[in-house]
Design a protein around this ligand. Structure first.
Ligand SMILES: Nc1ncnc2c1ncn2[C@@H]1O[C@H](COP(=O)(O)OP(=O)(O)O)[C@@H](O)[C@H]1O
Ligand SMILES: Nc1ccn([C@@H]2O[C@H](COP(=O)(O)O)[C@@H](O)[C@H]2O)c(=O)n1
Ligand SMILES: [Mg+2]
Length: 475
């Protein structure tokens, strides 16, 4: 699980640390515990998912690139959320008396300078909603405070910032979003000289010597190679207001989303409006007439289908308008088809036909009461289905067992997983986990994610048997 140390990094590890490594608190890169997964309940590990997990952002970059500045800007703009900042610096190991005597020979830029085990433990607690006391590190004394801590409480957003927060895979796996602050080396060195002489009690010669001996080589060996893990790279750090605004917008969107959308990037819940909530309120009402149930279900289905079509690939197309001007637009994806899971899925066919003229629609029947609870009974699919994008139709996703059976069939027929868009009106979290774990590249588009399944595997609050209510066979 963990990054092993690059052989190329070893020469930069100072002789003092080599010679005293057995007595120093710095662990050997080959310590057996480092080979074990140390924090199994990462937010992306859905089997141990806590539905109220905070959004975790990692911010890395070279020294003095502006990481702390960017984090402060993000925190300021997220003022309507509870946000905490965790600095990797807090987890610097304090130097032993022997190391302190030769502090200028110590490599503070090597991954082993940090207590990553402790960082993982603290992050694990914060992610699971507990408060933690973070160590306070003194850059002048190269020591942690022995009598004071920084109390950090559970939050909606946790920002973990530091030069090497992308180095260790277990730490990376905690993050929902990774930002790399990319600032020119000469700018960084100039800032570092100013900061370290003004704030960290160093003289200019020691800053330059440390930079050449440790900071720059470690940047090349550890920090720069970790840039590839970033989702977003911010050139010019805190000067880049556009990038920071976009990041804050994205975080706002993610915080407003269902937790499952944060975990599974291919799950899309259509943006809720009072119209949509109103229609859901009606179709969930057990006293709604059959006629109205069909009417409002059809309206919602149409919205889901339109939204699903928006996820198909497109090509650029130019047309000439009656004014003689050129309009640059897009051309719809032509190679597509629908597949309905009988019987409820058939209720979605009209909406698909209304949006896509003469679209081919295949059918799959899965019987739920067979030996293993899911048996394929019937299938009729377009012969060239492997060349098409497939809109798979089922208004209610419950356990995900029949959906997986249907998707397996499509994949067997040669449809790439990423060419399948599964459309639902209502999805249960259990069904989403079941489908997304098995088919992570498939997209799910739904109008609402419900609370859970009950002991009879019915979606709660749900709307009862969709097929019976839609086709009038419920009395
Ligand atoms: N855009 C900027 N323009 C000028 N100075 C900056 C800018 N961003 C950061 N600094 C200064 O550079 C130093 C390092 O910035 P900081 O955000 O602490 O970087 P990091 O956390 O990456 O080490 C600080 O003294 C800070 O005030
Ligand atoms: N006792 C220490 C500990 C760390 N450093 C340097 O700090 C840098 C990391 O902090 P940034 O805010 O710049 O990201 C790192 O490059 C270490 O060299 C130190 O000088 N003394
Ligand atoms: Mg900093």
């Amino acid at each position: 699980m963990n990054e092993s140390m690059d052989a190329s990094s070893l020469p930069h590890f100072d002789s003092l640390i080599h010679s005293s490594s057995s007595s120093s608190s710095i662990s050997s890169p080959s310590s057996p515990h480092l080979l074990q997964p140390r924090f199994p309940s990462s937010p992306l590990n859905s089997s141990t998912l806590n539905p109220n997990q905070p959004f975790v952002i990692g911010v890395s970059g070279g020294t003095a690139s502006g990481k702390t500045t960017v984090c402060d800007m993000i925190i300021q703009q997220l003022h309507d959320h509870r946000v905490v900042l965790v600095n990797q610096d807090s987890f610097y190991r304090g130097l032993t008396p022997e190391e302190l005597e030769h502090a200028h020979e110590y490599n503070f830029d090597h991954p082993d300078a940090f207590d990553t085990e402790q960082l993982l433990e603290c992050m694990g607690k914060l992610i699971s909603g507990q408060s933690v006391q973070l160590p306070i590190y003194d850059f002048k004394k190269h020591q942690r405070s022995t009598d004071s801590f920084r109390q950090v409480n559970a939050s909606d957003v946790i920002i973990l910032e530091g030069i090497l927060v992308f180095h260790d895979q277990d730490v990376r796996d905690l993050m929902n979003m990774k930002i790399f602050v990319d600032t020119d080396a000469d700018v960084r060195l100039a800032r570092r000289i100013r900061r370290d002489t003004v704030e960290r009690g160093r003289d200019i010669n020691s800053v330059l010597e440390q930079y050449a001996k440790f900071v720059k080589p470690a940047f090349d060996d550890f920090i720069l190679p970790s840039k590839k893990y970033a989702d977003v790279i911010i050139p010019r750090g805190g000067d880049n207001h556009v990038a920071v605004d976009l990041i804050v917008q994205h975080i706002h969107t993610k915080l407003g989303q269902h937790d499952l959308c944060k975990i599974y990037p291919n799950v899309y819940v259509i943006q809720s409006t009072f119209q949509i909530r109103g229609m859901h309120t009606l179709i969930r009402d057990q006293d709604l007439s059959k006629h109205d149930f069909v009417f409002y279900s059809d309206r919602l289905i149409r919205l889901v289908v339109e939204h699903g079509l928006g996820h198909l690939p497109f090509t650029e197309k130019q047309v000439v308008t009656p004014t003689g001007s050129v309009y640059t637009g897009v051309d719809f994806c032509k190679k597509l088809c629908g597949v309905s899971i009988i019987r409820s899925g058939e209720s979605m066919e009209n909406a698909l036909r209304a949006c896509c003229k003469s679209i081919k629609i295949g059918k799959i029947l899965i019987h739920r009461d067979g030996d293993n609870g899911k048996q394929l009974i019937y299938e009729k699919l377009p012969k060239d289905i492997s060349e098409r994008h497939v809109l798979l139709l089922d208004p209610v996703l419950a356990t995900g067992n029949s959906a997986n059976q249907a998707i397996e069939l499509l994949v067997q027929k040669g449809v790439p997983e990423s060419h399948i868009i599964f459309l639902n009106l209502i999805s249960a979290p259990e069904g989403i986990h079941c489908v997304c774990k098995k088919f992570p590249s498939l997209k799910i588009v739904t109008s609402e994610i419900d609370h859970a399944l009950n002991e009879e595997f019915r979606v709660i609050p749900g709307l009862g048997e969709f097929g019976d209510r839609y086709f009038g066979t419920d009395d």
